[in-house]
Design a binder for this molecule. Structure first.
Ligand code: T46
Length: 135
């Protein structure tokens, strides 16, 4: 299955401030095997430029903002992450690029699998071919 969607996380707040909980099987619809975060991204840098074969991920800009360009092989859409109460869930063959990182952006990503370079498609033409076969 190939899809992506924005998930709204419930913010638990009181006079001390805010807290958000992400729980496997509830607001993260997959088993979480890995967490990584991207920070200190230099001005003008673009990252990503790949698709995944099996990986499911949830990306959250816990500080600052950045924009994902999501491409399913037929259409492209931009999604801006600019609030820790929003998660971008991505499943299946979606080509992703990330851009417009604010200087203070901390992008946390929850992933369904351990790091595996063989799950990446880093060639756009190969991605288009795979996406066509998948549809
Ligand atoms: C994705 C987007 C949103 C590891 O050794 N372990 C890891 O868990 C990860 C994620 C990366 N790496 C190594 C592989 C590269 O040598 O760290 C280096 C940078 O990774 P990459 O160039 O793939 O980073 P991005 O920002 O282009 O993509 C990352 C994720 O790799 C990818 O799964 O969907 O963020």
């Amino acid at each position: 299955m190939t899809s992506y969607k924005l998930v709204d996380f419930k913010t638990l707040g009181d006079e001390r401030g805010s807290l958000i909980a992400i729980e496997e099987g509830y607001n993260a619809p997959f088993d979480i095997k890995r967490v990584y975060y991207i920070f200190g991204t230099k001005e003008g840098v673009e990252r990503g430029f790949h698709a995944h074969i099996n990986l499911k991920q949830m990306a959250i800009a816990v500080k600052g903002s950045c924009t994902f360009v999501l491409d399913d092989g037929t259409k492209k859409e931009e999604v801006k992450l600019d609030n820790p109460n929003k998660g971008l869930f991505i499943e299946g063959l979606i080509w992703r690029e990330m851009k417009d990182f604010s200087e203070d952006c901390v992008l946390v990503v929850l992933a369904s699998e351990h790091y595996d370079e063989s799950d990446y498609i880093r060639d756009y033409d190969k991605f288009l071919e795979e996406a066509k076969n998948d549809s």
